[in-house]
Design a protein around this ligand. Structure first.
Ligand code: AMP
Length: 425
């Protein structure tokens, strides 16, 4: 009991320090990376994002580079005009001069009685600011080097901008998290069900909040997903929500695989809220990673796909088999501090289908219930078939989703419906 008590005290102290640090860091980043500013639009107020000084400085430097580039282009054109005649051009000019002077010469011949044309060729003196060939090449070389160095600066600037944008995304995420944490009912390190100490808010969904917690009994970190029912909902809506959540819980609880997030526990908090306790994954999901980095190297993408298919193989071999039905980057969690080359775990069995003997026929597949649910970019064509009878589906739904995820990892865009809204699809 004493050990548990001290653990709790220390963890709370640590969480309090971390909470303070997170706010201080966010405050400092507001000026540098940007912040939401409340602005009046007509009769209402809007929260608009304003970039911080780091972005303004970078764009200023980018502008300077482009002005310098234009200047160099101009100088290059001027220099080209001043290009002295090289040997080839000289002889061509000389010929032209000769031809020109021929008329004169002939005229002169008439006058001078047969003097040679070469002697009388008039060589125009070079302009006062004319360059020698040596000077021309030097000036050209200097301009070319400046252009190359500008190109390098430009590329570095683009990289810096990408880095800054990634920092900004993290900062925005953190700002929202802190805002949600401040609003949360569960932000004062309470202990749920006499064992789960809540430490910090990790994220918020539609009707749920996920907190990082510590299981004092098992002495391990966990993710506590608190489902909050709306107290204004009618009883049947609440009952339906709970039925759905229980179904998800029962499917998920029975799964035991290293590539599937473990579900440890479920309990009621009060009449309108309950909590599911999940294995804690220390990292972002693949969706956020793809937003930050666009693509993933092939060998890393292959590793992710191998791990997901290993979980799918398991889901297909247990009795009764399960179709996940909602595989997408957001449901693939990265572990080990965000390294993409580490372990992944799949989560969220809220839309999963159980292929038991009643519902599944190996020849025909199974009826798709709750058509319209799911994330359309990752669903195969059979899920969109409309008609009187519901479409037939099988575990191939998940196989299709894995293909789409693999494509997105490699090419940085979705193969179907990229940039289209769910409604449009
Ligand atoms: P969800 O409502 O399931 O999308 O979760 C909201 C956020 O909570 C996610 O974006 C994750 O950052 C975080 N989260 C969910 N499940 C876990 C977990 N098992 N371990 C750590 N973080 C999690």
């Amino acid at each position: 009991m004493k050990c548990i008590f001290f653990c709790q005290e220390l963890l709370m102290e640590k969480a309090t320090i971390e909470r303070k640090d997170a706010r201080a860091k966010c405050m400092a980043n507001r000026l540098r990376l940007g912040q939401f500013v409340t602005q009046r639009v007509g009769a209402s107020f809007q929260e608009n994002w304003t970039d911080g000084y780091a972005f303004q400085e970078l764009s200023k430097r980018q502008e300077e580079i482009s002005t310098e580039r234009e200047e160099i282009d101009k100088k290059k054109k001027q220099l080209a005009k001043k290009r002295p005649d090289d040997g080839r051009k000289k002889s061509a000019n000389a010929n032209a001069n000769n031809a020109n002077s021929l008329g004169q010469d002939q005229h002169q011949i008439g006058m001078n009685n047969g003097s040679s044309s070469e002697e009388t060729t008039f060589i125009k003196p070079p302009p006062r600011d004319a360059l020698t060939m040596q000077e021309y090449y030097e000036a050209e070389e200097i301009l070319r080097l400046r252009q190359t160095s500008l190109k390098k600066d430009d590329a570095e600037m683009a990289l810096e901008m990408e880095k800054l944008e990634r920092e900004r995304n993290l900062h925005i995420r953190e700002l929202k998290r802190i805002h949600n944490e401040d609003q949360s009912r569960y932000n004062n390190h309470i202990v749920l069900n006499e064992r789960y100490l809540l430490l910090m808010l990790l994220g918020k969904g539609g009707f749920s909040e996920v907190h990082k917690g510590f299981d004092l009994k098992e002495q391990r970190y966990v993710a506590c997903k608190i489902h909050q029912l709306n107290k204004d909902w009618k009883d049947d809506k609440k009952a339906n929500y709970i039925k759905h959540a229980l179904r998800e819980y029962n499917i998920h609880k029975a799964l035991e695989h290293s590539r599937i997030v473990n579900l440890f526990d479920v309990f009621e908090i009060d009449a309108n809220s309950f909590c599911t306790v999940l294995e804690y994954c220390d990292g972002h999901d693949l969706d956020f990673h793809l937003k930050q980095h666009k693509t993933i190297a092939e060998r890393e993408a292959r590793s992710i796909v191998m791990q997901v298919t290993s979980a799918l193989k398991y889901l297909n071999e247990i009795k009764p088999p399960i179709i996940h039905y909602d595989l997408k980057p957001g449901n693939i969690l990265l572990t080990g501090n965000n390294v993409i080359s580490g372990d992944i775990k799949i989560t969220d069995f809220g839309l999963s289908k159980i292929m038991d003997e009643d519902s599944y026929n190996p020849q025909e597949g199974m009826d798709l219930t709750s058509q319209g649910a799911g994330t359309y970019w990752y669903l195969p064509p059979e899920c969109f078939v409309v008609g009187k009878a519901p479409p037939k589906i099988s575990s191939k739904v998940d196989v299709w989703s894995v293909g789409v995820i693999f494509y997105q990892c490699l090419y940085g865009k979705k193969p179907f419906g990229h940039n289209q809204s769910q409604e449009l699809i």
